[in-house]
Design a binder for this molecule. Sequence first.
Ligand SMILES: Cc1cc2nc3c(=O)[nH]c(=O)nc-3n(C[C@H](O)[C@H](O)[C@H](O)COP(=O)(O)OP(=O)(O)OC[C@H]3O[C@@H](n4cnc5c(N)ncnc54)[C@H](O)[C@@H]3O)c2cc1C
Length: 304
Amino acid sequence: MTTDDCIIIGGGPAGLTAAIYLARYHLRVRLFDCGSSRAAMIPCTRNHAGYPDGIAGKELLARMLAQAEKYGVHREGNRVERLRLDVDALALETADGAYRARAVLLATGVVNHRPRHLLPEVHDPALERGLLRYCPVCDGFEVTDKKVGVIGTGEHGTREALFLRSYTRDVTLVAPEAEHALDPACAAKLDEAGIARVNGPCGDYAIEGDRLAFDTARGRMAFDSVYPALGSRIRSRLAIEAGAKATDTGCLEVDDHQRTSIPGLFAAGDVVKGLDQISHAMGEAGVAATTIRNMLDEQRPLRR
Ligand SMILES: Cc1cc2nc3c(=O)[nH]c(=O)nc-3n(C[C@H](O)[C@H](O)[C@H](O)COP(=O)(O)OP(=O)(O)OC[C@H]3O[C@@H](n4cnc5c(N)ncnc54)[C@H](O)[C@@H]3O)c2cc1C
């Protein structure tokens, strides 16, 4: 079995940026991606620098993949099932075979929890029309002075509602299931900011005109935009099972050079603790790729 210089797991903004860098360092790179980048859900990103009129997430990914392919990277549409530290390399398994690499970059991202009872046939068109949003940092600007609902509770829901309050006066925090679970400190902050609170359960979602409507304990409510604040699943299982250190929530811990606690295993993007943004994912990937290049060069000088 040949040993690749580097295997990248994940073909979102982090994985594709690393692929471009590593291929341009003349390294032998393999890229596995099972095709569920969060960036593909973005109807139009307007905070990513360099695109004054915004760009659709799928278009950005297609451009990045084309750039990586130009330097010889081939995206393999397989899911990596297992990762472990072998004697002198890292070993990976997909449904189709086994692979080895001197370095591995994990760029597997996260998956947002969706509101229960929000069916794909409502979810997807609502997302496309900006009636449903997942990232206030990304697109809070777009809801300036609009009527906004935040589905969530506790500290996380409170933080998200307060963040959105800097864009609009009209923010309502709706408990996803039944009654809000808010400690007095959260309740006081919400009151001070004039954020309304409504109990759940939320259900029977539908697009009604230009709004997303759903049932609450206070009857049917409709919003210009709704932000679920329900947390996410961090796709770090492969690394954690291989023994990598992670935070309580499952984000991988890395040093300033994106090195995990496992020798030769690097991580970048949303799967690492930090700002879940395209620019951040790309920056971390550039650092990881260059550290990988330098590590390989130290092990065996890279020469043409
Ligand atoms: C609705 C929405 C709007 C957003 N808007 C913006 C915005 O405007 N600006 C902005 O900066 N950010 C935005 N974001 C956040 C942005 O999408 C993420 O920060 C970014 O995609 C993170 O890149 P990543 O490469 O770390 O992960 P991802 O893009 O999620 O890519 C991870 C990839 O890894 C693959 N993968 C996972 N596990 C495996 C495995 N075992 N084997 C093989 N492949 C695997 C997945 O299929 C996926 O393709 C938005 C997110 C959402 C959901």
